[in-house]
Design a protein around this ligand. Structure first.
Ligand SMILES: [Zn+2]
Length: 93
């Protein structure tokens, strides 16, 4: 199954992007993210406090009307740690 080339390689790349992490066996922790939108580009940045290393990490949230949350891999990448971003509880501002 690894000897394919060309179209086979493309197909396996697509398969790899499917959400295999969303299984009962692996449930990433939920982490609140604060969405901050760049006034110049309209791109969302999601700021999280990493549950693994305790530092701030930033993730892109797209440039749609609303930020895109969900699965991310932490920047510190200790053993491929990952989490599931959820909107920060809104407190005005
Ligand atoms: Zn981290």
């Amino acid at each position: 199954m690894k000897a394919e080339s060309g179209a086979g390689a493309v197909a396996s790349a697509a398969a790899r992007s499917s959400p295999l992490w969303e299984t009962a066996a692996h449930e990433p922790p939920r982490v609140e993210a604060r969405a901050i939108r760049s006034p110049s580009t309209g791109v969302w940045c999601l700021r999280v406090i990493c549950p693994f290393c305790g530092k701030k990490h930033w993730h892109g949230g797209g440039d749609d009307d609303k930020p895109f949350y969900g699965y991310r891999v932490s920047e510190c990448l200790i053993e491929g740690r990952d989490y599931n971003l959820i909107p920060e509880t809104e407190k005005g501002e």
